[in-house]
Design a protein around this ligand. Structure first.
Ligand code: NAD
Ligand code: MG
Length: 333
């Protein structure tokens, strides 16, 4: 079965937690991913120390879970594996603080390849540089683990100084529950570029613009904003759930023949393939990365404007009103 895929997929039987049982993992950051990794590692019997800034509001939460908390520099100095789980935009700064704590043979590990791939972090040659990344937000990584279930994950090796990067990475993946579900081997480049492209063109950018354009088209033509909201935003979840469960055919089989014929013949009209290719090019040639890095250096002026415009869009106000009027919001969580 796995032979049919380009990338190797690993399961629990391919991984052995004993490769990290006598190591200390320094988890830097205790947000979405950080809390899930730290707690799952701890429950898998791995020695964990959490690195957080003095005064970080997460310190108490981590301590309450029985985790040892210290500052990032101390954590990194004790860690054999240093896991970077602070926000991607903060990682280069935190790396500058902890770089001297990386000894030969240590591992610097990521959950996203941006800073390595675009050269924002340049680790020394004598450490392993790997990625173990759940393909899911942290609260699900934790919840699935506690239920005895897994979360699909990615493994990538950027630098293998010890010759043991892969078995160590697989051990880590097993300890956080990722080989229960399956862990796909990839590269930093592939993970970073597909991740950025996906979030820009399809998942976050594409889908919100599709929804807004549909909503505006109906409202501008005189239809009620409430109907436009239900049609273009609310029902999207029902459609995506079907696609998630059984692919496009499950969705097509579940909607009416009229919806299927209309969708199959008209959908392509709203897609701009050249625009998509330009987005991919901007990711591949580093243009997007440079723009986002300088936007951060300038304290995010454009980001704040885009965010405000999104906040002010009519669809937000209509949605907030409708979610209050109809009881569907919470039961679906
Ligand atoms: P997050 O924003 O949820 O958490 C970041 C943590 O870092 C917080 O605990 C915060 O207090 C801490 N922090 C912030 N600034 C800091 C500083 N200067 N020094 C020390 N600590 C600081 O981040 P996240 O979403 O968990 O992302 C962490 C990594 O995981 C990123 O590389 C991200 O790309 C990757 N990732 C995230 C997801 C996801 O769904 N959230 C999925 C896969 C991979
Ligand atoms: Mg992502």
């Amino acid at each position: 079965m796995t032979d049919e895929f380009t990338n190797e997929i690993y399961y629990d039987d391919d991984a052995d937690v004993s490769h990290i049982e006598d190591k200390t993992v320094a988890v830097l950051g205790y947000g979405s991913q950080g809390h899930a990794h730290a707690l799952n590692l701890q429950d898998s019997g791995v020695d964990v120390v959490v690195g957080l800034r003095e005064g970080s509001s997460s310190r108490e939460a981590a301590s309450e879970e029985g985790l040892e908390v210290t500052n990032p520099v101390d954590a990194a100095s004790r860690g054999d594996i240093v896991k970077m789980l602070v926000p991607d935009t903060v990682q280069p700064t935190v790396y500058e603080q902890i770089r001297d704590e990386l000894d030969a043979g240590d591992t610097l590990q990521f959950a996203h390849g941006f800073n390595i791939h675009y050269g924002q972090i340049e680790p020394p040659e004598d450490v392993d540089v790997t990625m173990v990344a759940p393909k899911s937000p942290g609260h699900l990584v934790r919840r699935n683990y506690e239920k005895g279930e897994g979360t699909p994950g990615l493994l990538a090796i950027y630098q293998d100084a010890t010759g043991e990067a892969k078995e160590e990475g697989l051990a880590y993946a097993k300890a956080i529950g990722c080989t229960r579900a399956g862990t796909i081997q990839t590269t930093f480049r592939e993970e970073t570029e597909t991740d950025l492209f996906g979030e820009q063109a399809v998942l976050c950018g594409g889908v919100t613009d599709l929804v807004k354009a549909g909503f505006e088209t109906l409202v501008d033509a005189g239809y009620s904003p409430e109907m436009a909201y239900f049609e273009c935003l609310n029902e999207l979840k029902l459609i995506v759930d079907l696609m998630y469960e059984g692919g496009h055919m499950e969705m097509w089989n579940s909607v009416s023949d009229t919806a299927e014929y209309g969708g199959l013949t008209r959908g392509e009209e709203v897609i701009d393939r050249e625009g998509m290719e330009e987005i991919l090019e901007g990711v591949q040639n580093g243009e997007f990365a440079r723009e986002w890095i300088s936007e951060n250096q300038a304290h995010r002026p454009a980001y704040k404007q885009y965010r405000q415009a999104e906040q002010d869009h009519q669809i937000e106000e209509v949605g907030a009103r409708l979610r209050d009027l109809f009881a569907w919001g919470e039961e679906q969580e």
